[in-house]
Ligand binder design. Structure first.
Ligand code: ADP
Length: 619
């Protein structure tokens, strides 16, 4: 028998669990039953589709046995797909779930005590070490002859040895510890199964020993009873399903311990017959921003599980949705390749997206509740704006923005309702921090006119907003681009700008190629200068973001320098004939604008010398 060590993250997780989840120890049973249910789902599917497994005689079931009630051993047994030697080592010796490791690394301090957070990533199998000081797993993989026994007492590692098992499946044997003793009571176990696993689609049989009489008369009888309803919850009439049942169903399939934020149960009958039961988690899934996120929607055909690993079931931007799709029309032996281009599935998917959008819209009528949704899912919605063009008109009203006019969030509809009549476009400013955006010198020209500016500090706003197209006839215009300001100019302003032509020319000559262009603009009220990105060019923020993401570097953008013809420094420059001073001032107008944009100077020493030369002349 070879002894193997746990991967470090498993040891960490075990420690965490043992210290933080004790008050919730009963969830171990939910986790084991849901593993068994998954194993049965998988074998049921393979026994229909895989020739080598078709001969397996198989009535799926889960058995829970309370043995030697006094000493306390609890067995959870299934006749599902099973695991071979390698799978036992891999599945139970490492944390398979993506994101778990990162999550563990980021957990610190109080977060470690938060069982909700821990429940988020499905502690799964390891939760049994809360109630057992030794765990054995005997498993035989479907289609293989050998069985194996995995043994561990939790803290250090595990060992695997050859074992016996009459048929395929898995038995988990828990040697209950002090905390776990209570789970040798059939009443306790029965009530937990009812609470957590009633909706499991396979029969769960409870076996226990019942003693009658005492002393010499004492008789012990073996009892056995099916304790769950064993019908697919989503197929039952909606009116007969309680909130608790929905909630427990969600927790099992969503690997979550929180209540869901929203549930959407659709039983469609018509051209296509299918059932969907979707949930929006209260907290966005941990791996939502990882490329290898785990898809949250399972596909069933006529109640037979087909796959839980198919990203095509939902558009990527809806990857936070948890739930099931059960189709009556797909063939049972549908292969993955067929799935991906299947018309029926595509139709179900489109209808599901529409349904979800309609529900989000309903939710948005309750401002308080919708703020919670926005806090978690605003960003995926924005992704939907560019990746799901067909639904753009439904998604756009659901997205929320920060704005100069309000605290918290605003919808575009409320923005538009607040617009003065003469306002031509929807103005926005992108950047990486809200506080920075609120202080931007670019805002004053708009706010002075009573025009509101949307403040977009989400890194994808920069990509997405220019692609949105108009909202109810109003275009979006970025105020750090050269185009937006034209909206604001009066004839008077244009005159003023024309008058600034000589000083503009003067600065252009001094700065030469350093800038793309110099323009005068009345939009600046306090600052003497600022930088503009060319209408079509990437802004400095985007350039730095792409660089940080390791993307190919964009060519350094040459900026348009905008000057404020009313500012005393610009006025001074206009009237001066001191060539050295003029050169310093022109460069300083440019360099301070760079600094305000958060761009580091190429030659800080030269900048300092300029400041000092100018300052010396002030005396
Ligand atoms: P999760 O179920 O969240 O993936 P677990 O820690 O509960 O995480 O289980 C890890 C893996 O071990 C499962 O994904 C599965 O591959 C395997 N496994 C666990 N229990 C069983 C079982 N009863 N039958 C077959 N495989 C199982």
């Amino acid at each position: 028998m070879s002894k193997q060590k746990f991967k470090t993250e498993v040891s960490q997780l075990l420690n965490l669990l043992i210290h933080s989840l004790y008050s919730h120890s009963e969830i171990f049973l939910r986790e084991l039953v849901s593993n068994s249910s998954d194993a049965l789902d998988k074998l049921k599917y393979l026994s229909l589709t895989d020739d080598s497994l078709k001969k397996i005689e198989f009535t799926p079931r889960i058995d829970i046995r309370i043995q030697e009630a006094g000493e306390g051993t609890l067995l959870v047994e299934d006749n599902g797909i099973g695991m071979n030697k390698e799978e036992l080592a891999d599945s139970l010796g490492t944390i398979a779930r993506s994101g778990t490791k990162n999550f563990l690394e980021t957990l610190s301090g109080d977060a470690k005590k938060d069982s909700n957070l821990i429940g988020k990533f499905g502690v799964g199998f390891y939760s049994c070490f809360m109630v057992a000081d030794k765990v054995e797993v005997i498993s035989r993989k479907a289609g293989e002859d050998d069985a194996w026994k995995w043994t561990s007492s939790g803290s250090t590692g595990f060992s695997i040895e050859a074992a016996e098992r009459a048929a395929q499946g898995t038995t988990v044997i828990l040697h209950l510890n002090e905390t776990g003793k209570e789970y040798s009571s059939q009443w306790k176990v029965r009530s937990i199964i009812k609470k957590y696993s009633d909706h499991i689609a396979f029969p769960i049989h409870l076996h226990w020993e019942q003693s009658t009489g005492s002393g010499e008369e004492k008789k012990t009888e073996q009892k056995d009873e099916q304790v769950n309803a064993a019908s697919a919850l989503w197929k039952r009439p909606k009116t007969e399903i309680t909130d608790e049942e929905y909630s427990e169903f969600y927790k099992t399939i969503g690997h979550d311990s929180e209540e869901p934020m929203l549930r959407i149960h659709t039983q469609a009958e018509g051209v296509l017959e299918y059932t969907t039961l979707f949930f929006v988690p209260k907290t966005a899934p941990m791996d939502m921003y990882q490329a290898d996120y785990t898809p949250g929607v399972k596909l069933y055909v006529k109640r037979v599980f087909i796959t839980d690993d198919e990203k095509e079931l939902m558009p990527v931007w809806l990857r936070f949705i948890r739930g099931i799709i059960d189709s009556e029309d797909l063939p049972l032996n549908v292969s993955r390749e067929i799935l991906q281009q299947n018309k029926i599935l595509a139709n179900i998917r489109d209808a599901s997206v529409k349904k979800l959008l309609a529900e989000f819209k309903k939710l948005s009528e309750n401002e308080e509740k919708y703020a919670e949704f926005t806090a978690q899912y605003n960003r995926p919605l924005k992704e939907g704006l560019y990746s799901d063009w067909n639904n753009r008109d439904e998604i756009l009203p659901l997205v929320r923005y920060k704005s100069t006019a309000v605290e918290g969030w605003t919808s575009l509809a409320s923005y538009k309702a607040r617009m003065p009549e003469e306002q031509k476009s929807i103005y926005y400013l992108t950047g990486d921090r809200e506080e920075g955006l609120r202080k931007s010198p670019l805002l004053s020209a708009y706010t002075a006119k009573g025009y509101e500016v949307l403040l977009m500090d989400d890194d994808i706003d920069e990509f997405v907003t220019p692609m949105i197209g108009p909202f109810e006839g109003k275009d979006f215009k970025a105020i750090n681009r050269s185009g937006a300001i034209d909206d604001l100019k009066t004839d008077d302003d244009k005159k003023k700008e024309n008058e600034a032509e000589p000083v503009v020319e003067k600065i252009k000559t001094i700065l030469g190629d350093t800038v793309k262009d110099v323009v005068a603009s009345v939009r600046l009220t306090e600052a003497p200068s600022c930088l503009l990105a060319d209408e079509g060019a990437p802004s400095e923020h985007l350039r730095q973001m792409l660089k940080a993401m390791g993307q190919a570097e964009l060519p350094e953008a040459a900026f348009i320098l905008e000057i404020n013809p009313d500012h005393p420094v610009v006025q001074g420059l206009k009237n001066s004939s001191d060539e050295d001073l003029d050169s310093d001032i022109a460069h300083l107008l440019y360099e301070q604008a760079l600094l305000v944009e958060g761009v580091s100077l190429k030659d800080p020493l030269e900048f300092a010398s300029r400041i000092n030369r100018v300052a010396a002349k002030a005396y």
